[in-house]
Write a protein that binds this ligand. Structure first.
Ligand code: ADP
Ligand code: ADP
Ligand code: ZN
Length: 218
């Protein structure tokens, strides 16, 4: 049985933060399509240069590029018994492709939708600092690292993403509402779906996410 957990939510809702804890709690590999694209960008691959222009202006990368990259990643051995998806699917077409791939396989999908109001999202994104080495996420005010500019986990040098500006956030949120938010109703109609309040402290959000996954599993 393959256990596929999907974290839905706006950019900055806390998917990556929760995924880093859920990956351990559920013993599932954390697969972030945003991180995979950024790895491709920093390695200067063909896929990275195709994705760059979309990412920098806050648009979604075209479905076929995302789907190929994701399917390639989840074909690897570590995903055999399941995986935790962060940032995929982001369109109905992506959800349909994943559904088709899992259809007929012995797999269950559980969806956790992390809800945060837009006004809070902007504060979260503009204060986000990330570690390019281990993908740990910090916030200048809400969850600062012990030493400014340095990753607690691996001592890497923290950076701010080029797309984490107030201007680009407007476009990312518009795309989220138009293309990604409809996935909540889409999954609700199809089974295991749970919504959590993401506008509270990270420990409470984590407990709620975990309760969702366990509730759906039983
Ligand atoms: P966030 O942390 O703000 O949710 P991500 O790191 O998940 O953002 O993604 C960064 C960017 O990578 C997105 O704005 C988009 O351009 C691209 N991207 C990531 N995942 C997808 C996807 N499933 N479909 C299309 N584009 C994607
Ligand atoms: P996503 O992966 O959905 O884009 P992140 O997990 O990267 O979101 O979180 C976005 C920013 O908000 C980061 O700077 C992170 O430290 C911060 N953050 C995440 N969860 C919370 C929370 N519950 N309360 C306050 N800040 C949070
Ligand atoms: Zn690190």
């Amino acid at each position: 049985m393959q256990h596929v957990v999907i974290l839905l939510g706006a950019p900055g809702a806390g998917k990556g933060t929760q995924a880093q804890r859920l990956t351990e709690a559920l013993s599932l590999p954390h697969i972030s399509t945003g991180d995979l694209f950024r790895e491709n960008l920093s390695q200067g691959t063909d896929l990275g240069s195709k994705a760059k222009v979309f990412m920098e202006r806050g648009d979604l990368v075209p479905d076929e590029l995302v789907i190929d990259m994701l399917f390639d990643r989840v074909s690897r051995e570590d995903c055999k018994s399941g995986y935790l998806l962060d940032g995929f699917p982001r369109t109905i077409a992506q959800a349909e492709s994943l559904g088709a791939r899992l259809d007929g396989a012995d797999a269950t999908i559980q969806v956790v939708d992390i809800q945060v109001p837009d006004a809070i999202i902007t504060k979260r994104i503009t204060g986000r600092w990330s570690c390019p080495d281990c993908n740990a996420v910090y916030h200048a005010t809400f969850s600062p690292p012990k030493t400014a500019g340095t990753c607690d986990a691996c001592s890497g040098t923290l950076t701010q993403r080029k797309d984490d500006t107030a201007q680009v956030v407007v476009q990312r949120l518009a795309n989220y509402h138009e293309l990604t938010a409809p996935l909540a109703a889409w999954y609700q109609e199809r089974g295991a779906f749970c919504s959590v309040d993401g506008n509270t402290d990270t420990d409470s959000v984590f407990e709620a996410c975990l309760a969702c996954v366990q509730l759906e599993a039983s």
